[in-house]
Design a binder for this molecule. Structure first.
Ligand SMILES: [Fe+2]
Ligand SMILES: [Fe+2]
Length: 264
C-alpha cells in the first residue's frame, strides 16, 4: 500500500499547492491513500467543511487535526458527520465533538485504522494521556486484522513523539508527527517495522514563520504585544510530508521524505 501523508496545510497557499502537485504525485507514487493534517487549513488556523471538501476534490482521502480543531463553532457539528472524513485527536474528552479514529476501507487492499492523537507537552489544552488512549484503541480492535494502522501524533515536543514511536514499534504501521510545521530529517523504519517521522512539516508559504507573515511574528517577539494570525500568501509554497510503502503484513518497507517547492 502506498501512502502519502502531508503536514499541516496552511491556508490558501497550502490548498493551492496540493491542487497543483497531487495529480502528479498520485501517478509517480501510485498512491492508494492520501492523508493530510488540516489544523491550519482555513485562513491559517482551524478547519471548516468547505476547505475539507475543496481538498477532497483535489484528491485527498482523509484528514487529521490538532489543537485548533474547535476554532470554528460552525465546524463542531461537521465533526460529528460520519460522511466527512475528518478526525480530531482521540485523547480529547469522550464527550467532545468528533471522533479520534476511523476505519478506512481500501477495497482489495483491506482496511486501514487511522488514529489522531495529541501531545500533552507545551500545548494549550491538557488532554488525556496519548499513551493510555492508544492502548485503549488498540485493545478495542485487538481481534481485527487491519492492512495498516496509521497514527498522526500532533505534538510539540520531539521527545514525546519519539517516546510514542518506541512505545508502539511493531504494533502500528506508521506514526507521523505534526504541529511544528518544520520537517524533521529523521524519517526511519524502527526495529519492529513501524515507519516514523518526528514531524512532517507543513504545506504552506516557504518564506514565512510557520506559514505566517514574518513581520507579524517578529513584532510579537520584539514587543510582546498580542499576536494576531496573519497568513503569508506571497512566494513559493513548501510541500512537506512523507511517502510510505506498507506491505501486506502492515510493516513499513520504505519511508521517504517529501519536500518540494510549489510555485504559485
Ligand atoms: Fe499546525
Ligand atoms: Fe497545531
Amino acid at each position: 500500500m502506498n501512502v502519502l501523508f502531508l503536514g499541516d496545510v496552511v491556508g490558501s497557499p497550502g490548498r493551492n499547492a496540493i491542487k497543483k502537485a497531487l495529480p502528479e504525485f498520485k501517478k509517480k507514487y501510485k498512491l492508494d491513500l492520501v492523508i493530510v493534517n488540516v489544523d491550519n487549513v482555513t485562513h491559517g488556523i482551524g478547519t471548516t467543511r468547505d476547505k475539507v471538501e475543496e481538498l477532497m476534490h483535489y484528491g485527498v482521502d482523509y484528514f487529521t487535526n490538532g489543537d485548533h480543531v474547535y476554532r470554528f463553532k460552525e465546524f463542531l457539528k461537521d465533526l460529528d458527520d460520519k460522511n466527512l472524513p475528518v478526525l480530531r485527536p482521540a485523547n480529547y474528552p469522550e464527550v467532545s465533538p468528533g471522533r479520534g479514529f476511523d476505519v478506512i476501507d481500501l477495497g482489495k487492499l483491506g482496511q486501514v485504522l487511522l488514529i489522531n492523537l495529541m501531545g500533552q507537552v507545551f500545548l494549550r489544552d491538557t488532554l488525556d494521556s496519548p499513551f493510555k488512549k492508544i492502548d485503549e484503541i488498540l485493545e478495542q480492535f485487538k481481534d481485527v486484522k487491519f492492512a495498516a494502522i496509521i497514527i498522526d501524533f500532533h505534538a510539540e515536543a520531539t521527545s514525546e513523539k519519539k517516546a510514542l514511536s518506541y512505545y508502539l514499534d511493531g504494533k502500528v504501521s506508521l506514526i507521523v508527527g505534526t504541529h511544528t510545521h518544520i520537517q524533521t530529517n529523521d524519517a526511519m523504519i524502527l526495529k519492529r517495522g513501524t515507519g516514523y517521522i518526528t514531524d512532517l512539516g507543513m504545506v504552506g508559504t516557504k518564506d514565512s514563520i510557520l506559514g505566517e507573515n514574518i513581520n507579524s511574528i517578529l513584532e510579537h517577539y520584539k514587543l510582546k504585544t498580542p499576536h494576531r494570525y496573519t497568513l503569508e500568501e506571497e512566494g513559493k509554497t513548501a510541500l512537506n510530508g512523507v511517502f510510505a510503502e506498507i506491505d501486506s503484513k502492515g510493516i513499513t518497507k520504505k519511508i521517504r521524505l517529501v519536500n518540494v517547492d510549489v510555485l504559485s
